[in-house]
Write a protein that binds this ligand. Sequence first.
Ligand SMILES: Cc1ncc(COP(=O)(O)O)c(C=O)c1O
Length: 406
Amino acid sequence: MTAPVTTRSSADLIRAEEPVLAHNYHPLPVVVARAEGTWVQDVEGRRYLDMLAGYSALNFGHRHPALIEAAHRQLDRLTLTSRAFHNDKLAEFAERLAELTGLDMVLPMNTGAEAVESGIKVARKWAYEVKGVPADQATIVVAAENFHGRTTTIVSFSTDETARAGFGPFTPGFRIVPYNDLAALEAAVDETTAAVLIEPIQGEAGVVIPDEGYLAGVRELTRRKGCLFIADEIQSGLGRTGRTLAVEHESVVPDVLLLGKALGGGIVPVSAVVARRDVLGVLRPGEHGSTFGGNPLAAAVGTAVVELLETGEYQRRAAELGVVLRGGLASLVGKGVVGFRARGLWAGVDIDPAIGTGREVSQQLMREGVLVKDTHGSTIRLAPPLTITGEELESALAALEKVLGS
Ligand SMILES: Cc1ncc(COP(=O)(O)O)c(C=O)c1O
């Protein structure tokens, strides 16, 4: 990486944000100015190993050459048409994404929350038109401790009071059941149920992995009861867990798949609802849309992302290095780590509260040149780019050991 790009110091830039930027985040005090691969550099030129990867939006690392090249090529030719016209990149993106996921049709959107909102709308429409639920009676069953985004409808079924307080009135039509509890799900689903919407692994909750059989159970239950299974793989999908999709660990194919984050290659926001034809087929012109969804730049980058995943290399790396990650974390249990959950290159690590909060540990790791993010209380989350090397991963684990021991 080259010289810093600004003459203002990190401290100065952080101070400058305070009066002009909404305080809806509490970032670590690091001001990133450049990045390459698994490394970022702050304005003073200090380097940090990125063990968060933009909450999995950077699964392929920063500025992956194939993705940057696809973006540059597209920037030089055509960037936006709106869906008022066709563009020459969208068909290939949809074809290849459908093929990669084993589903039929794609609804391109931009952010993860938009994909979730779109999935909810599609499920409700399917319930009225195909299942025959009486008008405005459709319900969607979701899991407690979920995280699906920040819109008014989505926080309507959040169980996180910080995300909800002050934002009512909320959208009706959601039933919340405990995660990883098939009996509770069975009791909540009835003839009004359009869909069950869950994360195959709950990322924001602390990388909570359900018991073996839960996802297959949700698949069986939704099929038997005649409602849709919507899997929100916005964070868990696209290689992170060692498979293209986290549901593949139980050989499950949902009816509706929500993708985002890494689909944009860390360059542009790209999300999608991917579903069977009989589900997405309920949408007709004018019923849903987005000015930017499916724009040619997004489609070009999204296609390049799919191309990387088609090789299987990133899924393989996540699976192989996931073994190193698990091993490293297992060796820290009892030495500052009280427990952890990991799948592929993704882990939620519960730190002994006597050592510090997740935030404090994250700050100490930052001083050791490793960037992570706390989730709840004393839990930190590790989700490095899937391009990380074994040595880099070992060095991050060594930094964690040092911080926990100091
Ligand atoms: C599982 C899941 N769904 C949806 C979202 C929302 O995505 P976005 O922040 O792009 O709206 C997130 C973001 O963290 C997520 O983890």
